[in-house]
Design a protein around this ligand. Structure first.
Ligand SMILES: NC(=O)c1ccc[n+]([C@@H]2O[C@H](COP(=O)([O-])OP(=O)(O)OC[C@H]3O[C@@H](n4cnc5c(N)ncnc54)[C@H](O)[C@@H]3O)[C@@H](O)[C@H]2O)c1
Length: 310
């Protein structure tokens, strides 16, 4: 009998099965925060697969030099994701840059660490400081901007296969007491996926990385994190591979034996979460979070001694 829940574990993506990047050739990809870290790795991986990549970032120097290095199929657009007009421009440039004048895959990835993780910062008089909401605007509000523009552009596209991928975090899965505002934004991104996947007419997925040593925080901060974790880190390349897997694998949820169910799932979207995890846990460095994306990260992290005190 067909499974009525298109998001349950039976449709989980198997990283070990791999995927075919052929379908990315000449596709048009939009990436935010593409000048560094996970975004940069995704820009490189999509370009290598033969796609047309248009990426935005506030870091103009790094963005321009990356685009220059990768050649004509990659375009950099200076873009502050919190600025709606900047994002409109980013998407317009992607349409102009693509052979089909369309957009096929959008990766909403730009993000920052957020200060005052425990919400206990005080000023010189010992009074609570006003929380800084800039990071919330980058990590969550701007992702909603990107999702809205993705949805609109996918509807204009002839291919009918729009794929939105967002970067959440494993901080969107557990009680992360040292990163309260950051975790709130990443739970928000996860919630955005959960709500959008139901009926948005596009495939909607997230990646949820464990710690990856990128410039998102200073090297000093990484040393501190290293002392608190086992230490085990996930790899930036595995995050990019997870993103490409989601972009390529139209039937990654197609475990149902009923073709009609596959069609239904493509209509409502896949809606899966790929955790990007240390290779010591999973060889491929990423794994599906399982039934209705409700993986018990806390137990697994403790079992594998990833988190000592945090
Ligand atoms: N590194 C980790 O441990 C980790 C873990 C889980 C999730 N993430 C998430 O992964 C995503 C990428 O982070 P990363 O680790 O690659 O960090 P990174 O700092 O290497 O890259 C983030 C990029 O986003 C850009 N950016 C920041 N603010 C922006 C803005 N307002 N407009 C446009 N671009 C902006 C930065 O300039 C940078 O190029 C973020 O959403 C982050 O929250 C990272």
């Amino acid at each position: 009998m067909a499974n009525k829940d298109p998001f349950d574990a039976s449709h989980a993506i198997q990283a070990s099965e791999g995927f075919d990047t052929k379908r990315l050739r000449s596709k048009s990809i939009v990436i935010t925060g593409g000048a560094s870290g996970i975004g940069e790795a995704a820009v490189r991986a999509f370009a290598k697969a033969g796609a047309f990549v248009t990426f935005g970032d506030i870091s103009q120097d790094r963005g321009s030099s990356l685009a220059e290095e990768l050649g004509k199929s990659v375009a950099f657009v200076p873009c502050d994701v919190t600025n709606w007009n900047d994002q409109i421009r980013l998407f317009r440039c992607a349409v102009d840059n693509s052979p089909d004048q369309s957009i096929d895959v959008v990766f909403a990835n730009a993000g920052v660490a957020i200060p005052d993780g425990r919400l206990d910062a005080i000023d010189d008089d010992g009074e609570p400081t006003e929380p800084d909401v800039k990071g919330i605007r980058i990590n969550l509000v701007a992702v909603l901007y990107t999702a809205k523009l993705a949805k609109w552009h996918f509807r204009q596209s002839r291919s009918g296969d729009g794929c939105l991928i967002m970067t959440s975090s494993l901080a969107g899965y557990w009680d992360h007491q040292g990163m309260v505002p950051y975790a709130a934004t990443k739970w928000g991104v996860r919630g955005t996926m959960r709500a959008l996947r139901q009926d948005s007419g596009m495939r909607v997925n997230i990646i949820a990385p464990w710690f990856i040593r990128t410039p998102i925080v200073s090297e000093e901060a990484w040393i501190g994190i290293e002392e608190m974790t086992a230490p085990v880190f996930a790899e930036v390349e595995d995050a990019a591979t997870a993103v490409l897997h989601l972009a390529c694998d139209e039937e990654a949820n197609g475990k149902s034996s009923e073709p009609s169910m596959v069609v239904l799932m493509l209509m409502v979207g896949i809606g899966r979460s790929l955790a990007v995890v240390p290779r010591s846990y999973v060889t491929e460095g990423y794994m599906d979070l399982g039934a209705r994306d409700a993986w018990d990260i806390e137990n697994i992290a403790q079992e594998h001694h990833w988190v000592v005190k945090m």
